[in-house]
Structures are given as structure tokens and as C-alpha cells.
Design a protein around this ligand. Sequence first.
Ligand code: G3H
Ligand code: 13P
Ligand code: ZN
Ligand code: NA
Length: 283
Amino acid sequence: PLVGVTELLRKAEAGGYAVGAFNCNNMEIVQAITAAAEAENAPVIMQASQGAIKYAGIDYITTMARLAAEQTSVPVALHLDHGTSFEQVVQCVRSGFTSVMIDGSKLSLAENIKLTKRVLDVARAVGVSVEAELGKIGGTEDDITVSERDAFFTDPEEAKIFVSETGVDSLAIAIGTAHGQYKGTPKLDLERLEKIKSLVGIPIVLHGSSGVPDDAIRAAIGLGVRKVNIDTNIREAFTEAARKVLEANPREIDPRKMLGPAREAAINIIREKIRVFGSDNKA
Ligand code: G3H
Ligand code: 13P
Ligand code: ZN
Ligand code: NA
């Protein structure tokens, strides 16, 4: 069934594991997320990025996600990923999202607090949980130097102020991960994570988690990460499987012959991630 995120993260906090938050790019990936969750008996978060909303439209995503969730025995939440404005959050809540992220990380601390509080006011009224972001999570185009780390990474003291002033439900932080594929191996600032967790107490969200080695992910979960975002690894598995079909049979014209195996590949990678996050058999 379709559920909220607050309860999922509360249980993850108590159980010391993380819930996988998987980006849905299309129908096959929506189906793959719930199929994988069902197979692993795991709670799961399905999330829609700005790109997904542009591609499919908010109502298509909500309708597909709701149907997939209704057909699934394990808890499935629908989350807005990197929400850009108060208006977009309201649109998604109206459409049926059960959780939202408001990404004010480009704003000043004061402006980020103000925007996040405004979103919390409406979200609280309808029982939707809110994730905010503090610090700048890199894109792979950014080459971060050591001196830039302190400027980009989440400041623990700021995080403490941010969480106590907003009362936000979960916090996305910058500790060395980046969206997309990595050039080398990312190195996470786990000390910073530990400090932040000790000061804020709430569930921490790790973005850009595709390409982060499993043991680093497990270490981050050990220090308080309760939601792990994965998009790129699903895209890679999905597209590689589709490419294989087309390479083996360049004259194939049936989209289902290409997207069926792609969906299977997505299910497999999502199941692997669920086990790394320790959320298998936690439904
Ligand atoms: O937010 C990060 C997603 O992984 C990528 O988003 O679907 O807008 O390209 P996109
Ligand atoms: P990746 O694409 O690196 O997995 O990042 C996903 C993400 O953080 C979505 O918000
Ligand atoms: Zn992200
Ligand atoms: Na990544």
C-alpha cells in the first residue's frame, strides 16, 4: 500500500538500517521498484526528480505510483526529489505524494530555514513528511578541491541550528557524494556525518549514492543515514540491458522486447541495494 515516510524512517532509526529511495524514470522502473521491494519484503520509497516530472508529468507519476503501491503488500511511499519551490510542493501534495523534499541548499541559511518552514506548515496540515537539504551535494561536473570541501560540505553547527529552527523530518547532507557517475572513488567525510547526527538526531539522507562502495554506504548507515537515494545505478542497469537486446538483434522493433529485460535488470540492482541498506525483511 501507499504510505507516508515518517513511519518508515522512524522504524529504520530504531532498527539501524536505511530505506532505499529509488528514482522512477518511467513505468518500467516504477514497476521494478515495487517488484524488488515485494521480493525483498522491504519498505521502499519511490521518488520523482525534476527530470521525471518534466518527462512524465506529476499526475502520471502519481497515478502509476499509486497503482503500483496498491498492488504491493509492502509499504511504498511516493516522494518528491529536490523540490524546487513551495508551489511545486503544493502541486505534488495535491496530486498524492506522501513525502516531499524542499531543496533550499542554494539559499542562505536564513532563507533556507524560511522556505523549509513554509513548506512544513502545509505539509504538517496534511500529514506529509518533509526532507530539506543543507550543504551543496556535488554534481559530477564539480571537481571539489580540499579547500572547497568546507565551503560545500554541510556545517554541523549550521545543521543543528537548521533542524532546531525548522523541526524538519529528515536532512540531506553534503559529505562527499555527488549525483551521477563518479570519475574516481568517492571518499565520504564520515566524521562530519557522525558530528551532524549527534547534533541533529533526525534521520539523515544520503544523495548521489550510486557509485559509492557498499562498505562506505554501510558505514554511513551505521552513523545515522536512514534514506539512501539511488538513480544512476538503475539507469545504468536498465539501459545496458536494453542495449544488449538491440546489439544482439539490431532489427528488433518491439519496444517490449527491449524494455522487459531492462525492467528485470532494474529489479535485480534494486534488490541488491535493498540488501546493502539492510531494509530487506523489514516490511
Ligand atoms: O536528482 C537527481 C536525479 O538523480 C537526476 O535527476 O531525473 O532530473 O535528471 P533528473
Ligand atoms: P545518483 O544518481 O548518484 O544515485 O543520485 C540520486 C539522488 O541523489 C537523487 O536525489
Ligand atoms: Zn539528490
Ligand atoms: Na552518484
